[in-house]
Design a protein around this ligand. Structure first.
Ligand code: PLP
Length: 390
């Protein structure tokens, strides 16, 4: 069985060593030493000043929305994981969708201004598959209209934008350290901001609003994380460079093997600093994609339709037509990509996909004249079948 992803697991002994230290200290949660160490080491690794480790990536989004006191409408992307929209709705705001760019699959900045109303308070955009949004364009629009910016960077660990960690952008950036993500702490997430006051406010909100043992600076909930998750993070951080390298080499291998496929790959904003978090393939047709998925499943290879359906079609939002997103969402799929995926499994996946494409029955086009004959011959050759032409 080849799943779409497998969580990275560190050496058991390394994790057990951390567990032993937890048993010795008997300090399980509430800002323990491992959690502090993880926050420090993450700041070093990412080369950033501020971050707060929280219980998960969805809470990170909710916390960001809460701390920025957003209300009314939040402009967002229809092409992301459901948490991007659900956190907006959960926090009492209304998602207003703006269609995506057909090349990068990120929110299309040229369509944002038309969606701004007097009720708009922010833009919440996802760097889809770890590929940076057009951050400068989004920030410029936000500045012009006095809007806040949140970037959902759940796919972005290790990605840079203009030589800085991608988490440095927006009023707040968030990420997820869920087990399925490139770097994970089993469950976990983080918020990032360059504003120290905002950071203080989120730190307090994450911990019931406490400012001291008996004092409260404001309203808060329990969004903190614990020593066990921090231990997994500390273990995995040791291997993150290796994980990034492996994903890149597997992805390049996929590109090479899938050269003849009738499909497109996202246009990378900057391939140098890209983290290859996923391997999305945009097939030319939904039919070809579904045929490939079926054949892969018959071979016990499981892909995921990330992201389908569009968030703008969720039952609890006001539906709006998103032509680009709806089209892409129907044709895109993520192929298996994880640290222990072998090259021979990857080759098998590519062989199956190409075989499906080459055997697919395409109706030959009947065009008059020589062009038509050539086109029909080409179709025959591609299909490997002989058709009787009219
Ligand atoms: C995974 C993910 C989240 C949610 O993260 P959790 O840690 O699972 O809560 C949010 N947004 C995007 C784009 C994601 O992929």
């Amino acid at each position: 069985m080849i799943p779409v992803t497998k969580p990275f697991l560190p050496k058991e002994e390394e994790f057990i060593e951390y567990l032993n230290s937890i048993w010795e200290r008997q300090w399980l949660t509430n800002n323990g030493p491992l959690l502090n160490d993880l926050e420090l080491r993450l700041k070093e690794y990412l080369d950033i000043k501020h971050l707060l480790y929280v219980c998960n990536g969805t809470f990170a989004l909710q916390l960001a929305i809460k701390a920025l006191h957003l209300s009314g409408e939040v402009i967002t992307t229809p092409f992301s994981y459901v948490a991007t929209t659900s956190s907006i709705v959960w926090e009492g705001c209304k998602p207003v969708y703006v269609d995506i760019d057909s090349e990068t699959f990120n929110i299309d900045p040229s369509k944002i201004e038309a969606a701004i109303t007097p009720r708009t308070s922010a833009i919440l955009a996802t760097h889809v598959y770890g590929n940076p949004c057009d951050i400068d364009a989004i920030q410029q629009i936000a500045d012009k209209h006095g809007l806040k910016v949140i970037f959902d960077g759940a796919h972005c660990f290790g990605t840079h934008y203009k030589n800085k960690s991608i988490f440095e952008y927006g009023d707040i950036s968030t990420t997820s350290f869920h087990a399925t993500k490139l770097f994970h702490t089993i469950e976990g997430g983080a918020v990032f901001t360059r504003d120290p006051d905002l950071l203080m406010e989120m730190a307090s909100m994450r911990n019931f609003g406490h400012s001291g043992p008996d004092t409260f600076s404001g309203l808060g909930v329990n969004g903190k994380n614990c020593e066990f998750h921090a231990a997994m993070g500390l273990c995995n951080l040791e291997s993150v460079d290796e994980i990034l390298d492996k994903r890149k080499s597997l992805s390049l291998h996929y590109f090479a093997r899938l050269k003849g496929l009738k499909a497109k790959f996202p246009k990378l904003n900057s391939s140098k600093d890209y983290n290859y978090a996923y391997f999305p393939v945009l097939f030319d047709s939904e039919e070809l994609m579904l045929n490939c998925l079926n054949m892969l499943e018959l071979n016990k290879i499981y892909c995921r339709r990330y992201f389908y359906p569009p968030l703008s079609a969720l039952p609890y939002v006001e539906y709006s037509v998103m032509p680009v997103c709806e089209d892409i969402s129907r044709r895109i799929v993520c192929l298996p990509l994880y640290h222990t995926l072998t090259v021979s499994d990857l080759d098998l996946i590519c062989r199956i996909i190409l075989r499906v494409q080459n055997n697919q029955k395409v109706k030959p086009k009947v065009i008059d004249g020589l062009g038509g004959i050539l086109a029909n011959k080409a179709a025959t050759a591609i299909n490997g079948h002989s058709y009787i032409h009219k």
